[in-house]
Design a protein around this ligand. Structure first.
Ligand SMILES: CC(C)(COP(=O)(O)OP(=O)(O)OC[C@H]1O[C@@H](n2cnc3c(N)ncnc32)[C@H](O)[C@@H]1OP(=O)(O)O)[C@@H](O)C(=O)NCCC(=O)NCCS
Length: 168
């Protein structure tokens, strides 16, 4: 989809993020509205949420990125969702590319940049989406968020930009 822009989410975006999240498998399987509000509000206050907006400024999706969310040094993409009416037209792909751009540009140890995320075993569509974008399953975790819940830990090693690669 053309005309998408990205920006750090603010308090004004809270309700839109919550609506998008509750109208997805994340709201159906993992989070109550109360918990969604708390997590997104925390992400906004830490400037960890990036919102994708359409040409009219309407929010179409978001992700939360914690740059040191894995082993205190690697990036963790948490809460990733596209508005249900706008899925399948490339917004998720653009959001993921934006998350990876933010990870690559971070000047921190180590130089090698990796992106991690979790996807539920039952969320086949999202797993296929991540695989198509170069993520591979590196671990399977049983009973992670609740008894009977199986989550796949997925990872992608990100190629560095030319300038960073030359410095490394
Ligand atoms: C998973 C999710 C984020 C993907 O976002 P999306 O915007 O639908 O993703 P994209 O449109 O970029 O890609 C999805 C599909 O649309 C296709 N597509 C991409 N660009 C397209 C375009 N311009 N026109 C038509 N189709 C397109 C892709 O080929 C892909 O097809 P696939 O069915 O073979 O995978 C979205 O489905 C979602 O929000 N799901 C609910 C929440 C969720 O599960 N989050 C992940 C938690 S771990």
């Amino acid at each position: 989809m053309k005309g998408i822009s990205f920006a750090t989410a603010t308090r004004r975006d809270l309700e839109h993020c919550v609506e998008i999240m509750m109208d997805s498998i994340l709201g159906e399987e993992y989070f109550s509205r109360e918990l969604a509000v708390a997590l997104i509000a925390q992400g906004i206050s830490r400037k960890e949420i990036t919102a994708a907006r359409g040409p009219e400024g309407e929010m179409l999706g978001f992700f939360r990125l914690v740059l040191d969310g894995v082993f205190l040094v690697f990036a963790y993409v948490h809460l990733f969702a596209v508005k249900s009416s706008h899925r399948g037209i490339g917004i998720g792909s653009q959001l993921l590319a934006e998350a990876e751009r933010q990870i690559r540009k971070e000047e921190s140890y180590p130089d090698i940049k990796k992106s991690f995320l979790l996807v539920g075993k039952l969320n086949r569509k999202a797993k296929a989406f991540y695989e198509k974008h170069g993520y591979t399953r590196i671990a399977t975790m049983h009973d992670l968020f609740s008894k009977g819940d199986t989550e796949f830990l997925m990872m992608k090693e990100l190629a560095l930009g030319k300038i960073k690669a030359a410095k490394a």
